[in-house]
Design a protein. Structure first.
Length: 501
């Protein structure tokens, strides 16, 4: 079915209005509540460390539910069937468990050591080890960079779908809008935009759910009849093991749930929040919105399969919006998908930039002596360079962008899941165990991705994390314990004395 030119025009106008609002919010409201005494790092990357529950909660929620939730995951659901929405349901509650596992402790530690980056937290926990100091930001740059690349690809495909313009134009448009509100806005600007984007994402979810279900009902009789008809021609749509075994299904449940919520992004979430009460309230707010988006959006991808089986899977959400909704609502839905992509791009861009600016430049190159004016310049250059690289790499996108999304999540988990989890909960974890865990986890993940037999019938993430955990425990127990002053900060046990050897 062809999309009419009038519908495209309304969608484009709505997107332009949405983009202007984002730029204005990001640049004007970024100045509120910031304090010069915080220094550039804390003011820009952590919003001064005193953001309220609404701002931080919406920023985290919108940052978690990316273009993956609103574009590539519905695309996977369209291609693979109903088993993928089931996997995505786990994302909601596993995220809450992950927050309960480590975020409260990390909030306390970030406040004590004045940290605004994952690298700074891991460097302190693991005795300022130089290997960890370099490895952490580089791993974040690589795996978060892949995630950013996937998000840019999603954005470009969205622009291509709604405007009919060539794919490369969509890349440039998306990159320019992102730059316009992140370079100057920082965490406060991004939080202000995220609150607006979260509202648009919610309207998008509800409007498209009602519109698509009504469209299926009018054309197929009912959802049940539509799925029965689809199952006759494509039985895999309703079979949980048509594409993967139960073991792989269980691995996906873990990967999209727990592993993507413990690791490199937790510090970026915790360092912005003012106090424990704010953390609790923001977590509750995050849960409400993430639950709604994660349960409905991937399911809409499979529902779309019943009426639009032949479209490119990754375009199922914007295409459905342009077909089944009135032009104005279709434009809002397109803007909502753009909001999901851009909110995560901005959140992850801040995460990558904090590694480049605070960990690599200030921590390793300038030994903590960089001036605020220097950090600001480095941040601006880094943002422009990273955006340009994303555009260049995304010129030739993969067939299913969700595959890149899963690779970046799993790779980041192999590097950071065990060092972060054991670092928070096990006082015996040390720098040598961390190094072994990081190298072993990522190394085995790459090997088992290249040679599937090494995954033993599972996703490569699972055996890689098992190896990372074993290495962390065995090597930590075989080497000296952490220093007492480190344990003071992390566990509040001042009488602890490290082993003398």
């Amino acid at each position: 079915m062809e999309v009419s030119s009038s519908v495209r025009l309304f969608a484009i106008i709505t997107f332009v209005v949405y983009s202007v609002i984002c730029v204005v919010l990001g640049n004007v409201l970024s100045k509120r509540g910031s304090s010069g005494k915080d220094g550039f790092g804390k003011a820009f990357f952590a919003g001064g460390g005193n953001m309220g529950w609404l701002a931080s909660g919406m920023m985290i929620a919108a940052g978690l539910c990316s273009g993956g939730m609103f574009l590539s995951n519905p695309g996977l659901s369209h291609a693979w069937g109903l088993f993928w929405p089931v996997c995505m349901f786990s994302f909601t509650f596993c995220g809450l468990m992950a927050a309960c596992l480590i975020n409260k402790k990390l909030k306390i530690v970030c406040s004590r050591i004045n940290a605004v980056s994952t690298g700074a937290v891991l460097r302190h926990r693991y005795n300022n080890n130089r290997f960890i100091a370099w490895y952490s930001p580089l791993a974040i740059i690589i795996f978060s960079g892949l995630f950013l690349y996937q998000q840019m690809t999603s954005g470009a495909r969205l622009m291509e779908t709604i405007t009919g313009l060539p794919y490369i134009y969509g890349l440039v448009i998306f990159g320019l809008v992102l730059l316009a509100y992140t370079v100057a806005g920082g965490s406060r600007g991004t939080a202000a935009v995220s609150a607006f984007q979260g509202a648009i994402m919610t309207i998008t979810t509800l409007a498209l759910t009602i519109g698509l279900v009504k469209y299926v009902g009018s054309s197929q009789g009912s959802l049940e009849m539509a799925f029965r008809a689809t199952a006759e021609t494509s039985p895999s749509v309703v079979s949980p093991i048509a594409h993967f075994s139960f073991a792989i299904l269980a691995c996906f449940l873990f990967q999209v749930g727990m592993s993507s919520n413990v690791g490199k992004d937790n510090v970026a979430q915790c360092c912005k929040i003012g106090d424990s009460k704010t953390l609790h309230n923001s977590t509750a707010l995050t849960l409400v919105f993430v639950c709604m988006w994660a349960m409905l959006m991937p399911t809409l991808g499979t529902i779309g399969r019943t009426v639009f089986p032949d479209i490119v899977s990754d375009t199922v959400i914007p295409y459905s919006a342009l077909i089944v909704l009135p032009p104005v609502l279709a434009g809002i839905v397109v803007s909502g998908v753009a909001a999901a992509i851009q909110s995560t791009l901005a959140f992850q861009m801040l995460n990558v930039n904090s590694s480049v600016v605070m960990d690599v430049y200030n921590g390793l190159i300038k030994k903590g002596n960089a001036k605020d004016s220097e950090l600001k310049k480095v941040n601006t250059v880094a943002t422009i360079v990273i955006t340009a690289l994303m555009i260049l790499f995304a010129i030739k996108p993969p067939a299913l962008i969700g595959v890149i999304n899963n690779f970046s999540i799993a790779g980041g988990a192999c590097a950071f899941f065990m060092p972060m989890l054991f670092g928070v909960w096990w006082d015996r974890a040390n720098e040598y165990g961390c190094i072994a865990s990081m190298i072993g986890g990522v190394g085995y993940y790459l090997l088992s991705t290249a040679y599937s037999s090494l995954a033993f019938g599972m996703l490569p993430l699972v055996p890689s994390l098992i190896i990372a955990a074993v290495l962390m425990v065995v090597v930590s127990l075989a080497t000296p314990a952490p220093k007492a002053e480190i344990l003071d900060v992390w566990f509040g046990i001042g009488k602890t004395v490290a082993d003398p050897e």
